[in-house]
Design a protein around this ligand. Structure first.
Ligand code: PGA
Length: 247
């Protein structure tokens, strides 16, 4: 599973160029689930391109609001479901950092979409927490939001160390693998009925380092910010995930 998080980037012109670059580089395999989370205002523009003809491409949202109604600027869960969004990213560290989102709010959001569309729950420690050896405690606390939610197989977790996002620095592949295993164990410990979730790695993934992460057993894909803004590079990363390296 490879997901593009465009964050607050893009324009109608960018979408056209991106689509052309993506389609000339992507080798159609129908293997991996490919997700694109554009700014919500551009969801329709993407659905209007040739990308919508590829069944493996799924459009999703970068976030949802906890509610609907008198909440200026917000996008509700009902709206993203109305647009047939196949997933929503919840609890991204930028939401936690810049919008002051706390775990209880993140839980409310997950409850809005659980088992209606895919939840991609982002978790990750800060640089300081990492240095103080608190990574596993932090992750356990962040994962606690799903404790009493019964998911069929509609939960995906993205491990995104805050210090690796947009910095060009990443943990080593074997460290990432160890943390992914830990995440799967923690989620399983919450409920015997829950399926083991897919765990994506996110944080400075690009076409040059992706293969090293994908080789690891517990890495089920990637959530990609910066490198996903280039259609050519995003296609290359998917090709690598599908076992083809044309770079
Ligand atoms: P990055 O962002 O790939 O630019 O590091 C990842 C993310 O924030 O999901």
């Amino acid at each position: 599973m490879i997901v593009a998080n465009w964050k607050c980037n893009g324009s109608k012109a960018m979408i056209n160029e991106w689509t052309n670059n993506f389609l000339t580089n992507y080798v159609e395999m129908k293997k991996a689930f490919i997700g694109i989370a554009p700014p919500s205002i551009y969801i329709d523009s993407i659905l209007d391109t040739k990308l919508s003809k590829l069944k493996e491409i799924n459009i999703g949202s970068q976030d949802i609001d906890i509610s609907s109604g008198a909440r200026t600027g917000a996008i509700s869960s009902e709206m993203i479901l109305d647009f047939d969004c196949k997933f929503s990213i919840i609890g991204h560290s930028e939401r936690r950092q810049f919008f002051n989102e706390k775990n209880d709010e993140i839980k409310q959001k997950i409850l809005k979409i659980a088992n209606k569309t895919l939840t991609i729950l982002c978790v990750g420690e800060t640089e300081e927490e990492n240095k103080n050896d608190q990574t596993k405690d932090v992750l356990k606390r962040q994962l606690g939001v799903i404790k009493d939610i019964e998911f069929n197989d509609s939960l995906v977790v993205a491990y995104e160390p805050v210090w690796a996002i947009g910095t060009g620095t990443t943990p080593t592949p074997d460290k990432i693998n160890e943390i992914h295993k830990f995440i799967k164990d923690v989620v399983q410990s919450f409920s015997d009925n829950s399926a083991i979730p897919m765990v994506l790695y996110g944080g400075s993934v690009n076409q040059d380092n992706a293969e090293n992460f994908f080789k690891e057993e517990s890495v089920d894909g990637a959530l990609i910010g910066g490198a996903s803004l280039d259609g050519r590079q995003f296609a290359n990363i998917i090709n690598i995930f599908n076992g083809i390296n044309l770079k």
